[in-house]
Design a protein. Structure first.
Length: 63
């Protein structure tokens, strides 16, 4: 195999990895999302009080 063919194959592999990675891209000053942003699971935790044992606290104070 010629050395030139090795370089061409290496560059093709690098290009393939770059295209398949799905990272954010910066085009024209804009930050664009990856192609997989619709498949991401959104995690939202509703705000709650800091005291997670409210019923127990109320019963202890009532005694």
């Amino acid at each position: 195999m010629r050395p030139l063919h090795g370089w061409i194959i290496g560059l093709c592999l690098v290009a393939l990895v770059c295209l398949a990675s799905g990272c954010q891209s910066h085009i024209g000053g804009q930050t664009l999302p990856s192609g997989y942003y619709l498949d991401d699971d959104v995690q939202y935790f509703a705000p709650s009080s800091l005291n997670t044992l409210e019923n127990e606290t109320v019963k202890l104070q009532a005694k």
